[in-house]
Design a protein. Structure first.
Length: 295
């Protein structure tokens, strides 16, 4: 079911394999159907709004506009919450991405995966490599640094909800400001608008709390799972990885191993940004446009 175009995109809903109503944004017009579309996958508790600025820039590019699709996973954004909280896992969410591609008639695409979105792309490369023309991994790799995941766990599970929008912006600055020195005031406001949904003028966290609660179940005394087997499939495709200069989720050691397994990989550092970088901020945007054009 498609809804009216608003702010440069068409909102659409589709059904998961198990009957949930899931939401996506579809940017770009019919005149760009001859170019590979771009599908954007957000982080753990994030949603399609994370990519709004990037999607607008890529879909309205004067030289080579692209169709850009951004997704809300189950339990995030405007998608249904799942009564079975165990379904908030990479395998189920990978199947939901496949369902989205089927609904939106995407036979092959360039995928951008931020954090959890990049983990989903590791699995997608294993089960449906035919869907993937190229991949941009945003601040994620086959190995996750425990310290970064602990920080995300604590941030998501200890934060008191903001009472108004200025408080939401101030809270994000207090949490992430030291790692994101490249951002200006507008960037912080846009980040708040992506993370929180406006309900009666109030900012409300836009995800099922059960998703964040899952992080509390992780035993950090045990090694975290690694996805090198899946990465080796990604390594056969055009591949870029963006690392925040101040990121604590992906290490230089992991990047070195990624390059060793994929000598053609493009590694791009996001100056003045942590986890996860805003991709529409320069100089990232220029390099991403070039990678997409060459894919």
């Amino acid at each position: 079911m498609d809804e009216a175009r608003d702010d440069g995109f068409r909102a659409t809903t589709y059904q998961s394999d198990d009957g949930l109503r899931l939401h996506a944004r579809d940017y770009g017009g019919p005149d760009i159907a001859d170019r590979l579309p771009i599908v954007c996958l957000p982080g753990l508790t994030r949603n399609s709004r994370d990519f709004h600025q990037l999607a607008l820039l890529l879909s309205t590019d004067q030289a080579t506009p692209r169709r850009v699709i951004t997704l809300d996973y189950r339990g995030r954004g405007l998608s249904d919450w799942d009564a079975n909280k165990a379904n908030y896992n990479l395998g189920v969410e990978t199947r939901d991405v496949i369902s989205a591609c089927q609904h939106l008639a995407v036979e092959r695409a360039i995928f951008i995966g931020t954090s959890r979105g990049g983990l989903i792309l590791h699995l997608l490369a294993e089960v449906r490599p035919d869907l993937i023309a190229a991949v941009i991994l945003n601040d994620i790799g086959p190995t996750i640094e425990p310290s970064g995941l602990k920080r995300i766990r604590d941030y998501l599970n200890s934060a008191a909800p903001p009472r108004n929008w200025p408080e939401a912006v101030a809270f994000l600055k207090a949490c992430h400001g030291p790692s994101f020195t490249a951002l200006d005031e507008r960037d912080w406001q846009e980040m708040a608008a992506a993370i929180y949904r406006d309900i009666d003028g109030n900012p409300i966290a836009d995800f099922d709390p059960a998703i964040a609660a899952q992080l509390q179940m992780i035993d950090f005394d045990q090694p975290l799972p690694e996805l090198w087997h899946y990465y080796d499939r990604l390594a056969t495709m055009p591949l870029m990885v963006v690392k925040g200069e101040n990121s604590d989720l992906i290490s230089d050691k992991t990047l070195a191993e990624m390059r060793a397994r994929c000598p053609t990989i493009v590694i791009l550092e996001a100056p003045g940004q942590g986890h996860a970088p805003l991709l529409h901020v320069q100089p990232l945007l220029q390099r991403i446009r070039r990678f997409i054009a060459e894919a």
